[in-house]
Design a protein around this ligand. Structure first.
Ligand code: NAP
Ligand code: ZN
Length: 348
């Protein structure tokens, strides 16, 4: 079946209307009409080939929510008319130890990305900046939020799980002091989720204009990360830092805020490498620097259910499809509170 979409054809060209082919659903597949798709900074990194791995034409979008319009003969958990979500992955090998643990994002044989995804050769995958998608049932998520919140649920499929997973893994909760660096799409979900988990949350932002919002979103403290004096006041205080910053920066400024045995996890994936951190900031307090990639399918469902239960959604600005190029420019200026979401009914 044909589907209208928006694609980048080169690293420098604006995204523009294009038409893609979606496969007919096989026995295990679900076809979804896409209602809303969030705009992740990874979409921009990919559309512009900033990670040097883009296959063109590229149709980004991995924060997908929509309605099921067709199911294959062996699909058990979805029926026509259900709401459904798709995040960053649409397949994985299914037999390695990570897949067995439902940590498909760490699949030994490489997971298949919702866009830019082929790992075993074959055709490119096209993401959510399109009218419909066909996905294996085991990679489709159930949405339990109220339908009126659907647009604000879309960003949970990437920004939500990418922050929930490390917060859970490193035990954010009552009695833990958690720092969130960067108040963008990921960071604002990190603040909300860490607060809901019961942690004491400090937000680190470069944007003076976001201080009040930080508190509204659930931060107990807000620190301007470019102000050395404010940063010094947090030295050796934090158990855990979730670093969502989308640009290369000095990691030492954050590492020295960790307590002994504290961990900073990088989820931000800038195009340029961070300057290598000074070893003494790690050695002297046995601090750890780690990374984390989205989250597995089982944990993504757990996150969606946790957010539904705690009434957590994303703060969004809904845009029409043809606004996407302007949205990218604004995202680069941190000028969005806090996630653009495309209303797919505007894709004609
Ligand atoms: P975003 O909405 O653009 O937010 C990034 C935030 O980083 C900005 O709001 C800003 O926060 C801060 N920032 C940006 N440029 C900065 C600079 N030059 N210096 C200091 N701070 C800067 O992006 P996002 O969608 O949240 O994504 C964040 C990063 O995570 C991207 O690199 C994305 O590709 C990556 N990502 C990784 C995963 C994963 O699985 N690991 C998943 C999704 C996305 P303030 O204004 O508060 O300073
Ligand atoms: Zn993303």
């Amino acid at each position: 079946m044909k589907a209208k979409a928006y694609a980048a054809h080169t690293p420098k060209s604006a995204l523009a209307p294009w038409e893609i082919h979606r496969r007919d659903p096989g026995a295990e597949d679900v076809r979804i009409d896409i209602l809303y798709c969030g705009v992740c900074h990874s979409d921009l990194h990919t559309a512009r080939n900033e990670w040097k791995n883009t296959i063109y034409p590229s149709v980004p979008g991995h924060e997908i929510v929509g309605r099921v319009t067709q199911v294959g003969s062996s699909v058990k958990n979805f029926k026509v008319g259900d709401l459904a979500g798709v995040g960053c992955m649409v397949d994985s090998c299914g037999h390695c130890h990570s897949c067995h643990d439902s940590e498909e994002q760490y699949c030994d044989n490489g997971f298949t990305g919702t866009y830019n995804g082929p790992v075993y050769g074959g055709e490119n995958t096209y993401g959510g900046y399109s009218q419909s998608i066909v996905v294996k049932e085991s990679f489709v998520l159930k949405i339990k939020h109220e339908e009126k919140d659907l647009a604000s649920v879309a960003p949970l499929l990437c920004a939500g799980i990418t922050t929930y997973s490390p917060l859970r893994y490193w035990g954010a909760g009552p009695g833990k002091k958690v720092g969130i660096a960067g108040l963008g799409g990921l960071g604002h979900m990190g603040v909300k989720i860490a607060h809901a988990m019961g942690a004491h949350v400090t937000l680190f932002t470069t944007s003076l204009a976001k201080v009040e919002d930080g508190k509204r979103l659930g931060a107990d403290n807000v620190c301007i990360s470019t102000d050395k004096r404010q940063m010094a006041a947090h030295a050796n205080q934090l158990d855990f830092i979730l670093n969502t910053v989308a640009a290369a920066h000095n990691l030492d400024a954050y590492l020295q805020l960790l307590k002994r045995d504290g961990t900073m996890v990088l989820v931000g994936a800038p195009a340029e490498p961070h300057p290598s951190p000074g070893v003494f900031n790690l050695i002297l307090k046995r601090r750890q620097l780690a990374g984390s990639l989205i989250g597995g399918i089982r944990e993504t469902q757990e996150m969606l259910d946790f957010c539904a239960q705690h009434k957590i959604v994303s703060d969004i600005e809904i845009i029409p499809m043809d606004y996407i190029n302007t949205a990218y420019e604004r995202m680069l200026k941190s000028d969005v509170k806090y996630r653009f979401v495309i209303d797919m009914s505007t894709l004609h």
